[in-house]
Design a protein around this ligand. Structure first.
Ligand code: PLP
Length: 501
């Protein structure tokens, strides 16, 4: 165990020496700079088979430490080929997200400091920087000063916490004290129900499952022809449910749905929530950053009336994964859903300062605010706006190519940076109609998407709209520019040509 490699300066105790750290650190920063300069040298979608890495790595950890050079060589040789490159400008799948250079540098410092931002005193700067950056962003997106924020890892957790607060807010249930079912001498006998559109993200249903609301307790509301929640259907559902013995307690509206980026009519939904006494949570995980643009501010119309709202800087604000923010107008309720103060966490400052451990299920928290702070300061409001605006312009450009093509069609409006479309060439309609034609188009588009993704030049994903296969092209990567979209469009046309021939 005491044997060491002579090329390594480590000994039995302690860490890598500062000199060695500096040497490898410089190499890694050089690697990152080269990578960001030309991520296109890698195929965007990893071209490996399942199990490739597990077969290549030993099945046990090394007994004796290895020289760091060997680790870096294996990183290049084994790990990088199995990476799907989210930082590649041809990454146009899901919601294309990217880490920007200032965000990556922020991550490095955060890892170096390695603080746990659970309480103010466990790192005062971490807590106060979180408060400051969240106020900055709140102002940038035009949300009222009634909201305060807290950083979590993902929107799924932000929404889970928001719905936990909504559940805490239900009168006479006391879930915190007695659990959802209640106790034998005090059964709750209450059946909570929440609402979200049929286009809402799966994280809403997952939160329902986790919080004991159950899938039956999450009612999906119909959408209109543009995939937006129908407020009349929402009212109808609430009344029908009350009559059937349910207790409605929460509505989740989405501004920027996952499949099509449709925007639910939040002002009308807020009206309903206010008159029915329901918690309104807005999922602006993807769409929220668009509100930095004055011309897109409408996307958060009505959101000042919400009780909570989630926005993900790690989706469309160039902050490396992970960083999601829950803004809440009722922090006291959120706190009540989670806070608990064992003796070993008491401090003299309790009560005077913010202790973010009080607002979620976790105790330990990374210092995430620093990368958001770096990104906001380095690009400035103007720099962020111009990049997001360019993505919206590129999406509308791509949508216009689809629209003008005799072989392709749009399958949903594209109000933000995501385009839903499919091939529907006249030649494939010959002799087919109705269900037969639709099944044929589903197969054709799936084949088209797979063929294009196999090139390694771009990566797009899909969804189903009205039960039919639809290709989704999402722009959100800081390095994506017009030539990448022209290439994507050429690839789709070439692949369609090949399939037809
Ligand atoms: C609208 C919306 N909400 C929530 C989420 C979940 O995000 P996260 O991965 O941060 O949990 C997504 C993911 O794409 C999304 O599109």
């Amino acid at each position: 165990m005491t044997e060491t490699d002579p090329s390594n300066s480590k000994d039995t105790f302690g860490d890598m020496s500062p000199d060695e750290f500096r040497r490898h650190g410089h190499r890694i920063v050089d690697w990152i700079a080269d990578y960001l300069a030309n991520p296109e040298r890698f195929p965007v979608l990893a071209q490996v088979e399942p199990g490739f890495l597990k077969e290549a790595l030993p099945d046990h950890a090394p007994e004796i430490g290895e020289p760091f050079e060997r680790l870096l060589a294996d990183f290049d040789r084994l790990i990088v080929p199995g990476i799907t490159h989210w930082n590649q400008p041809g990454f146009l799948a899901y919601f294309a997200t990217s880490g920007s250079a200032p965000g990556i540098l922020g991550e490095m410092l955060s890892a170096a400091l390695n603080v746990n931002a659970m309480m103010w005193r466990t790192s005062p700067s971490a807590t106060e920087l979180e408060e400051v950056t969240l106020t900055w962003l709140r102002k940038l997106i035009g949300l009222s000063g009634d909201f305060s924020g807290v950083i979590y890892d993902t929107a799924s957790i932000s929404t889970l916490c928001a719905i936990a607060a909504a559940r805490e807010n239900v009168k006479d249930v006391a879930v915190r004290e007695r659990g959802l079912a209640g106790t034998p001498d005090h059964p709750n006998n209450i059946f909570l129900r929440m609402y979200a559109s049929e286009q809402s993200h799966s994280s809403v249903e997952r939160a329902g499952i986790t919080l004991g609301i159950g899938q039956a307790g999450v009612r999906k509301i119909e959408t209109d022809s543009e995939f937006r929640m129908d407020p009349k259907a929402l009212v109808h559902a609430i009344y029908e449910d009350r009559a059937a013995g349910w207790t409605p307690f929460c509505v989740v509206a989405t501004t920027g749905t996952t499949s099509t980026t449709s925007v639910d009519p939040v002002p009308a939904i807020a009206e309903i929530c206010e008159s029915e006494g329901l918690w309104l949570h807005v999922d602006a995980a993807y769409g929220g950053p668009a509100a930095i643009l004055p011309e897109k501010r409408w996307i958060l119309n009505g959101c000042d009336r919400a009780d909570s709202l989630v926005i993900n800087p790690h989706k469309w604000m160039f902050v490396p994964v992970d960083l999601s923010i829950l803004y809440c107008r009722r922090m006291d309720v959120l706190r009540n859903a989670f806070s608990i103060l064992p003796e070993y966490l008491r401090s003299k400052t309790s009560g005077e300062v913010q202790n973010f451990m009080d607002y979620g299920p976790q105790l330990g928290r990374r210092l995430r605010a620093i990368k958001l702070w770096f990104v906001m300061r380095y690009f400035g409001a103007e720099g962020l706006a111009s990049r997001i605006r360019e993505h919206i312009r590129l999406a509308s450009e791509f949508a216009s190519w689809v629209d003008q093509s005799p072989d392709f069609e749009l399958t949903a409006p594209a109000p933000l940076s995501t385009v839903c479309f499919r091939a529907n060439p006249a030649s494939s309609r010959d002799g087919l109609n109705g269900e037969e034609l639709e099944n044929h188009l589903d197969r054709l588009n799936e084949q088209l998407m797979e063929q294009v993704n196999r090139t390694g030049r771009i990566f797009v994903s899909h969804t189903k709209l009205n039960g039919r296969f639809t290709i989704r092209l999402a722009i959100g990567n800081i390095r994506t520019a017009e030539p990448h979209l022209r290439e994507a469009w050429d690839l789709f046309n070439e692949a369609l040509e090949q399939i037809r021939s």
